[in-house]
Ligand binder design. Structure first.
Ligand code: SF4
Ligand code: SF4
Length: 178
């Protein structure tokens, strides 16, 4: 191949490359310029788990402290703490009685035993997101649908501790949409 042929071949290759670049350049963007822009279509995004608030009291979780999520989590990243108050209210008891979802791999709580119908108040709900595999078992097994996936996509931290979340505090600090 002569020098002229090599030059022409190189030029043709350049034109083909520029054609592809030009075509892609004119297409609508499918990415955003983070952090100046953020994506908004996060409805189906599966972020870390989060507590679902009560519809009547948005600062309180639906959680009935049955600890099923803690038990079922294969990574051991959930810690649930609660206490039994002196008095039970009819409303709370009703919430507990609808808990009839069998716990995977556990005969002890299937069907839910009488002890599980004791009213408990949630004192703490922590998630170590460093170990979460997002398997969703905790969300599935919650008898009162008190867990969901958050749409938190922009997570950053300087240490593992930054990914240990206090979900109860997070719920209490959440801004209420009006
Ligand atoms: S999604 Fe799976 S790994 Fe993550 S906290 Fe729930 S049960 Fe554990
Ligand atoms: S399974 Fe649901 S109700 Fe039970 S402790 Fe977990 S979040 Fe609370």
């Amino acid at each position: 191949m002569t020098t002229i042929q090599k030059t022409l071949k190189g030029l043709w290759s350049l034109i083909v490359g520029l054609k592809v670049t030009g075509k892609e350049f004119c297409k609508p963007w499918i990415t955003v310029h983070y952090p100046r822009q953020e994506v908004t279509n996060l409805e189906s995004y599966r972020g870390h788990i989060d507590l679902v608030p009560r519809p009547d009291e948005p600062k309180k979780p639906l959680c009935i402290v049955c600890k099923r999520c803690e038990e079922v989590c294969p990574s051991g990243c959930i810690r649930v703490e609660g206490h039994v108050p002196g008095e039970q209210t009819g409303e709370a008891r009703q919430l507990l009685l609808i808990s009839n979802v069998p716990l995977p791999n556990s005969a002890a709580r299937d069907p839910i035993c009488a002890a599980d119908k004791t009213l408990r108040v949630l004192d703490g709900f922590t998630l170590n997101y460093n170990y979460c595999s997002l398997c969703g078992l905790c969300v599935q097994c919650c008898p009162v649908s008190s867990l969901t996936f958050s749409s938190d996509v922009y997570l950053a931290g300087g240490s593992r501790r930054d990914f240990e979340y206090d979900l109860l505090r997070r719920l209490k600090n959440r801004k209420i949409k009006v």
